[in-house]
Design a protein around this ligand. Structure first.
Ligand code: PHE
Length: 358
């Protein structure tokens, strides 16, 4: 028992020298645990004479307290050091030079979608969406394509296998079903554009089985053909970033608009590139018309109260015209060299006032 002091000094210096929490805990168990050295000495108190106990009791208790405090202090110090080390390790040096230029680029079609959203957003349109897999009703019937009408055939539709005797689902052949979905879900006034993928069974230099369209729909009281023309002419000027455009509206047929018109714009060919706005040839750029009363009725809108116009255009060709890509097929080949050449910086959002295609 005389060596309590030596024992104390040894244990305390061992604790001070410990460098990790695991070893520290081993010391705690070896000294203060149930079978520990100091606990063992405490147990011997029971077999001592009252005098011895009176002398040894306080000394042992003091030792026990001192050792447990030393362990506690060392534990806190080690934990703090571990936290400091972790923080130092996880520190980000914000003064480091930036990462190299990203190699990815925004696909021209996505860029044009952004530009269209900016232009029409400026005119008060919001963006609507619908599914790529459509039912016959939204893609055709509600749009006033009569059952068995040949117009259904002209779309080269991809049909799904029918399920449980239902009419087969289709891959939407145009974005016009989003007109129906929007009119069913909202009450007029309505002003939406609907960008998206569409599908037709076609494959050559100017047609791919999947391509992109943007639909426009306006339903308001008193809307007429003049609004349609003004809106689309403004759109062409904004999109091609030109002050004037020579345009004409040529009668056409779509089941869901009456009257219907295709819009042509004048253009000039300059070497390999095409300049839109003026020139000696006409180019068709979109389909449009006043929403057919049957379509309004199919969506629960009274054609005597509300009128509207709609338009639809091919976005891939629009991108080709603006950015001079000669062939449609590389659009969908995911060739990084092509994308880097024709692509756009992903972080610059087009805006009408701030510039569409900087
Ligand atoms: N949906 C038509 C097409 O794909 C385009 C269109 C949309 C025409 C809206 C008129 C109105 O050819």
């Amino acid at each position: 028992m005389a060596d309590i002091e030596t024992l104390g000094t040894d244990v305390l210096s061992a604790i001070a020298a410990v460098e990790d929490l695991g070893t520290l805990d081993e010391i705690r168990i070896a000294e203060l645990g149930k079978k520990g050295r100091i606990s063992g000495l405490m147990k011997q108190l029971g077999g001592m004479t009252p005098d011895q106990r009176q002398e040894m009791g306080p000394r042992l208790n003091a030792l026990k307290t001192e050792v447990s405090k030393a362990i506690e202090r060392r534990k806190m110090a080690l934990e703090e050091a571990a936290l400091d080390a972790r923080l130092a390790n996880e520190r980000t040096d914000l003064s480091l030079p930036p990462l190299p230029e990203p190699v990815g680029a925004l696909h021209p079609v996505m860029q044009v979608f952004e530009e269209l959203a900016a232009i029409f957003g400026d005119m008060g349109f919001s963006v609507a969406e619908g599914p790529d897999i459509e039912d016959d009703w939204h893609n055709f019937t509600a749009l006033n394509f009569p059952e068995g009408h040949p117009a259904r055939e002209t779309h080269d539709t991809f049909f799904f296998h029918p399920q449980l005797g239902d009419t087969p689902k289709v891959l939407r052949t145009h974005t016009s079903p989003v007109q129906i979905r929007t009119m069913m879900a909202q009450t007029p006034p309505i002003r939406i554009i609907a960008p998206g993928r569409v599908y037709r069974n076609d494959w050559d230099a100017t047609h791919t089985p999947m391509f992109h369209q943007i639909e426009g729909l306006v339903i308001e009281k008193g809307v007429h053909m003049g609004h349609l023309k003004g809106c689309l002419i403004d759109f062409v000027k904004a999109f091609f970033e030109i002050d004037d455009v020579e345009a004409r509206f040529r009668p056409h047929f779509f089941p869901f608009t009456e009257p219907s018109a295709e819009m042509d714009v004048k253009f000039t060919r300059k070497g390999d590139s095409i300049q839109v706005g003026s020139g000696d040839s006409w180019m068709e750029i979109l389909g449009s018309g006043m929403v057919h009363p049957n379509v309004l009725r199919n969506c629960g809108i009274d054609p005597n109260e509300y009128q509207g116009f709609a338009f639809g255009l091919g976005v891939d060709r629009l991108a080709m015209l603006k950015y001079g890509m000669p062939d449609l097929r590389p659009y969908f080949e995911a060739d990084a060299v092509w994308t880097r050449h024709y692509g756009f910086k992903p972080w610059t959002t087009p805006s009408v006032s701030g510039g569409l295609s900087e």
